[in-house]
Design a protein around this ligand. Structure first.
Ligand code: UT7
Length: 382
């Protein structure tokens, strides 16, 4: 029997702190008028000392699990799309897995910059359709405020922090993710980059002094690329799904710049009210922008059952991608014990479990001392 990958739960998380254009104009040479007219952005959210990419991801994931009425134990795979992982390794997805108590899940991070959520959605849907996974958590989470140079007016006005998550579940009911497209062009890798901190340019006194751990961007080049690919990707993915643009109820574009979205609307010959735009309040939250926009569209009643939605994005890499989704969420399994459980207790239990496992590792270390796991002494250095 054919399998389909349905979005059955969705959730979002935002830091509380709001940074307005007026506030930015006190620290860099810019104005509210310039930012609004060139980008459409009025304010963005910025993580405080407590929020991290993982903590925002966990909050969004919990909301999505609750919405889908799926317990963390039922999740087989967690994909965290992010450009601001907690570490080079381990994957942020593993930290999320531990915090959720998703003890049966594998997890990995996906790096495709702002297109990451669309890539992750495509990979998750393919894994579900192939039969290897049943329930997949797809998360886009960012703390871009930590990698933005707050003295660079060309970039610091654009970005914000936040997270969005989907639960994808297998079903034999037709619908869900109908088609997806992933593209890249590394010849444009220089136009949006954090140059240092990886293996090519490891952190050093010089890289810090030269601001090479911050986002560097050729805004005009990215702008031209974005206006080129948004409409063509949307068109292609709609065609792949056997549909026409007239069938599409809503387009959810990556929230980078209002002018880019308007240009895509013109190229596609679609009215602007068919596009979801919330960048005025959050700026560009990279991988989180599309799921956050969908959560808000659903909450505002803009998405009706069986609606066909196009998601389309672009970002560093250069990468771009799109997906067509049919929003038929009624496939949820009828019997789930999750809604009857005390979720707070479950999450507390996952923290206790994690602490116990850490403790056990420490005890193992003391008991086995210098011995390797096979019980043999490791080779001594001469
Ligand atoms: O997820 C992908 C992330 N990246 C993007 O989406 C970026 C795409 N690009 C853009 O959105 C636009 O190119 C920007 C918003 C970044 C810039 O808008 P623009 O209309 O392309 O402006 P520009 O770079 O051509 O700059 C025009 C002028 C320049 O001054 P001069 O050389 O004409 O005197 C800039 O120095 O505006 C100046 N400028 C600013 N002025 C006030 C640049 N940034 C600012 C600023 N406030 N924040």
């Amino acid at each position: 029997m054919e399998r389909y990958a349905h979005i059955t739960g969705w959730g979002m998380a935002l830091p509380d702190r709001v940074v307005t254009n007026a506030e930015l104009s006190r620290t860099v040479d810019t104005t509210d008028e310039w930012i609004v007219s060139r980008t459409g952005i009025r304010e963005r959210r910025v993580a405080d000392g407590h929020d991290t990419t993982a903590s925002l991801a966990v909050s969004a994931a919990r909301a999505a699990l609750e919405c889908a009425d799926v317990s963390p134990r039922q999740i087989d795979l967690i994909i965290v799309a992010t450009s601001t992982p907690e570490h080079l390794f381990p994957a942020t997805a593993c930290l999320v897995q531990d915090a959720l108590g998703a003890i049966n899940a594998g997890g990995f991070d996906l790096s495709a910059a702002c297109t990451g959520f669309i890539y992750a959605l495509g990979v998750a849907a393919d894994a579900i359709r192939s039969g290897t996974q049943q329930n997949v958590l797809v998360i886009g989470s960012e703390t871009l405020s930590r990698v933005v140079n707050w003295k660079d007016r060309g970039t610091c006005i654009l970005f914000g922090d936040g997270a969005g998550a989907f639960v994808l579940q297998a079903s034999t009911v037709p619908g869900g993710v109908l088609s997806s497209l992933m593209r890249s062009d590394g010849s444009g890798s220089h136009s949006l980059v954090i140059p240092a901190g990886g293996s090519r340019l490891p952190a050093s006194f010089d890289t810090v002094r030269n601001n090479q751990h911050y986002i560097q961007m050729d805004g005009k080049e990215v702008y031209r690329f974005a206006t080129r690919v948004m409409a063509s990707a949307a068109r292609e993915v709609v065609q792949d799904a056997g549909l026409t643009l007239d069938d599409i109820a809503l387009v959810v574009p990556h929230q980078a710049n209002r002018r880019i979205i308007e240009s895509a609307a013109r190229s596609l010959n679609l009215p602007e009210d068919r596009f979801v735009v919330n960048l005025d309040r959050y700026g560009n939250t990279s991988t989180a922008s599309i799921p956050i926009a969908i959560c808000e569209a659903v909450a505002a009643g803009r998405v009706r059952p069986n609606d066909l939605i196009v998601l389309v994005g672009f970002g560093a890499g250069l990468t771009w991608g799109a997906a067509v989704v049919q929003w038929n969420v009624t496939i949820r399994p009828e019997v789930s014990a999750w809604h009857r459980l005390n979720r707070r207790a479950v999450y507390r239990l996952s923290r206790v479990r994690s602490a116990l496992r850490r403790g056990l590792r420490r005890v193992e270390g003391v008991v086995f001392g210098q011995q390797s796991p096979e019980g043999q002494e490791p080779p001594r250095r001469s």
